[in-house]
Design a protein around this ligand. Structure first.
Ligand SMILES: CC(C)(COP(=O)(O)OP(=O)(O)OC[C@H]1O[C@@H](n2cnc3c(N)ncnc32)[C@H](O)[C@@H]1OP(=O)(O)O)[C@@H](O)C(=O)NCCC(=O)NCCS
Length: 160
């Protein structure tokens, strides 16, 4: 079951993100700040967080928000599934849920940024599998040898 993220989920979501083993410590700090801001009112700015529950426990989450200064552009800032439940369709369900919510909010394009490092290879495959186009690579963005790979998917067929 996917439901809106609640404040009590935060410790579990941080544990899930840490447990994936792919995020740097500074990214975990950023996630903690993002969740704090979300519960202090970022949801009023259109930010959304969704938690996937299994047996009454969070096992995955997604965080997405409008891209500032764009016409109905959105960013998927976070998606993560607990390591021991990966590859069972939970991430796909969360991504589809995010896309549906963004479409309902008349979102036009969804952007996702990720890293070029080898341990993100399955993640990049995951986006391609869901119809994302690899739009560009910003070399050495995160660090020397760690590029930013930008994926893009059009969510609305026509320009309103
Ligand atoms: C990427 C992620 C959200 C996908 O969620 P998931 O529940 O594991 O993925 P699903 O079961 O819905 O889809 C599986 C597909 O995704 C890809 N995939 C991504 N991560 C995978 C993993 N750890 N194990 C297996 N497949 C993975 C494969 O292409 C797979 O396709 P296949 O089943 O045809 O081989 C999840 O693996 C995860 O949390 N990864 C670590 C955190 C991360 O990279 N987040 C995104 C940062 S930009």
């Amino acid at each position: 079951m996917i439901r809106p993220t609640e404040p009590d989920d935060a410790p579990s979501l941080l544990k899930i993100a840490i447990g994936t083993g792919v995020f740097k410590p500074m990214e975990i700090v950023a996630l903690e700040e993002v969740l704090d801001d979300y519960f202090e009112g970022a949801d009023a700015l259109g930010h959304r967080a969704a938690t996937y529950m299994s047996n009454d426990r969070p096992v995955g989450f997604a965080y997405y928000a409008p891209a500032a200064m764009t016409d109905r552009g959105w960013y998927l800032y976070w998606i993560a599934v607990a390591k021991n439940t990966q590859s069972r369709g939970i991430g796909s369900a969360l991504l589809r849920h995010a896309e549906e919510e963004i479409r309902t909010s008349f979102g036009r394009v969804l952007f996702i940024e990720t890293s070029s490092l080898p341990h993100y290879e399955l993640t990049r495959k995951f986006y391609v599998k869901h119809g994302y186009w690899q739009e560009c690579v910003v070399h050495d963005f995160y660090a020397d040898g760690d590029d930013m790979v930008v994926f893009r998917k059009r969510l609305s067929a026509t320009i309103a």
